[in-house]
Design a binder for this molecule. Structure first.
Ligand code: FNR
Length: 388
C-alpha cells in the first residue's frame, strides 16, 4: 500500500513532510549549479512566497466519527484511471541535480504509478527515457519552438513513444530574470556536456548543420544551446489562434500550463483544450503574480465542469494536495520536493519523497473524513486571515 511505501525504502532518512528540512538536506549535497537553478524564484521571489501563503490561508475542518478505511485515492484524468490524483511536474535538465537525472525521477514515478511529465528541456531525450523507463504513464511537456518543422518533429516523437497527454507551457516564451541566473558569482547557467536538452531531434540537427556548415550540436554545444534557446524561449508570445498549429500535430489530450486568469481559462475551453494547469511555474516566471491557490477556486468554478483543471506551484505536504483538490483541482503536480529528493539520493530519494507525500495525503484524507477523492469537498476547508 501507499502507506507501506511511505517507509523510506533504503534511502537515508528524509523528513518527507517537512519541506524545510528536505530543502536544507538538498542544499548540503546537490551540485551548486543544480542548487542555484532549482532554488531560485524570479525577482524577489514574491510569487514563490504567495504560493505558500495561499496554502496556509486555507485550513482543513476535519470530520470525526466518519469511517474512512479503506481509502480509495484513485481518480480519472483525461480518460485514464490513475491510482492517485498526484502527478510529477515537468522539470528540465535534471542531470544538474544528480546523475540519475530524469531516468531516476521517472523510475521513481513508475514504481509508484505516478504519471511522469517529461520536459522539452530534459537532459534525457524522449527515446532514452522510454528505453530506460518503459513502464509507467507518461505525459510530455512542450516548450513550443518557433519553427513549425521542429515542433512537428518533437510532437511526432513524443506520440510514437507513447506519451499520452501534451502539456503546453505558455508562461515561459522568454526566461524571467532570476537572480541566481544573473549573478556573476553563481555557476554559469548554461548547458554542458551530457545535457541533451533535445539536441537529438533529427530536424533540429539538420537545421543546425545547415547553419554551421555541417557541425553537430555535440561539436558546438554553446552555439547549439543558443540556437535551441532562440527556438524554445524566442522572446515572442504565441496567440490563441496559433493553437491550431499544435492541433495539426497532436490529436491526443492537450493541456495548457501556466493559466492564472478566469478569462484565459474560458479561452482555453473556447479553443478546444482538454485541460489547464493553474501554475506560476513555481514562482520562476512573473514575479508579483497571484499565488496559484488564490487563482484556483474562481477558475475551477468557471470551467471545472467543462475541462480538467490541474494545479501546481507550492505543493509541499499531503494537506496541500487535499486543499488543492477541495478547491477544484482534479490533479496536483509535485515539483521541487521530488527533485530535492533526487539530489539527496537519486532515484531512491525521489521515490522516498513521492511515497512520503502520497502517504501524507492518504493520512490527511483519513483525518479530514474523506474516504474517496470525491469526498474532498470545499466544505472541508475554511479561509482564515491569520496564516500560520
Ligand atoms: C521547472 N518548471 C518547468 N516547467 C515546465 O513546463 N518545463 C520545464 O522544463 C520546467 N523546468 C523547471 C525546472 C526547475 C528547476 C523548477 C523548480 C521548475 C516548473 C514546474 O513544472 C512546476 O510548475 C513548478 O516546479 C511548481 O512549483 P514548485 O511546487 O516546484 O515550487
Amino acid at each position: 500500500s501507499i502507506l507501506e511505501k511511505g517507509i523510506l525504502m533504503g534511502a537515508p532518512p528524509i523528513v518527507t513532510t517537512n519541506p524545510n528540512s528536505l530543502e536544507a538536506q538538498a542544499k548540503k549535497v546537490m551540485p551548486r549549479k543544480g542548487w542555484e537553478y532549482i532554488k531560485g524564484g524570479a525577482g524577489e521571489s514574491s510569487t514563490m512566497d504567495a504560493n505558500r501563503l495561499a496554502f496556509r490561508q486555507w485550513k482543513i475542518v476535519p470530520r470525526v466519527l466518519t469511517p474512512t478505511t479503506p481509502r480509495d485515492l484513485s481518480t480519472t484524468l483525461l480518460g485514464e484511471k490513475y491510482d492517485t490524483p498526484v502527478l510529477m511536474a515537468p522539470i528540465g535538465v535534471q542531470s544538474w541535480f544528480h546523475p540519475d537525472k530524469e531516468v531516476g525521477t521517472a523510475t521513481a514515478c513508475a514504481n509508484l504509478r505516478v504519471p511522469y511529465t517529461l520536459s522539452t528541456a530534459a537532459s534525457t531525450n524522449i527515446e532514452e527515457l522510454v528505453e530506460k523507463v518503459p513502464q509507467g504513464p507518461k505525459w510530455f511537456q512542450l516548450y513550443w519552438p518557433l519553427d513549425e518543422e521542429i515542433t512537428a518533429s518533437i510532437l511526432a516523437r513524443a506520440k510514437s513513444n507513447g506519451f499520452k497527454v501534451l502539456v503546453v507551457t505558455l508562461d515561459t516564451w522568454t526566461l524571467a530574470w532570476r537572480p541566481y541566473d544573473l549573478d556573476p558569482a553563481s555557476v554559469p547557467f548554461f548547458v554542458g556536456e551530457g545535457d541533451d536538452v533535445g539536441f537529438n531531434d533529427p530536424v533540429f540537427r539538420r537545421k543546425f548543420a545547415e547553419r554551421t556548415d555541417g557541425e553537430t550540436p555535440e561539436e558546438s554545444l554553446v552555439q547549439a544551446g543558443m540556437y535551441w534557446c532562440s527556438e524554445v524561449f524566442p522572446g515572442v508570445s504565441r496567440s490563441w489562434e496559433d493553437l491550431k498549429i499544435l492541433k495539426r500535430y497532436w490529436d491526443g489530450p492537450m493541456v495548457l500550463k501556466g493559466v492564472l486568469s478566469v478569462d484565459d481559462a474560458e479561452l482555453a475551453v473556447k479553443h478546444g483544450m482538454d485541460g489547464i494547469i493553474v501554475s506560476t511555474h513555481g514562482g520562476r516566471q512573473l514575479d508579483g503574480a497571484i499565488g496559484t491557490l488564490d487563482a484556483l477556486p474562481e477558475i475551477a468554478d468557471a470551467v471545472g465542469s467543462r475541462i480538467t483543471v490541474l494545479v501546481d506551484s507550492g505543493i509541499r505536504t499531503g494537506a496541500d494536495i487535499l486543499k488543492a483538490i477541495a478547491l477544484g483541482a482534479k490533479g496536483v503536480f509535485l515539483g521541487r520536493p521530488v527533485v530535492y529528493g533526487l539530489g539527496i539520493n537519486g532515484r531512491a530519494g525521489a521515490e522516498a519523497v513521492i511515497a512520503g507525500l502520497l502517504a501524507d495525503f492518504d493520512l490527511t484524507m483519513g483525518f479530514a473524513g474523506a474516504k474517496t477523492i470525491q469526498d474532498i469537498k470545499p466544505s472541508l476547508l475554511t479561509k482564515v486571515s491569520h496564516p500560520g
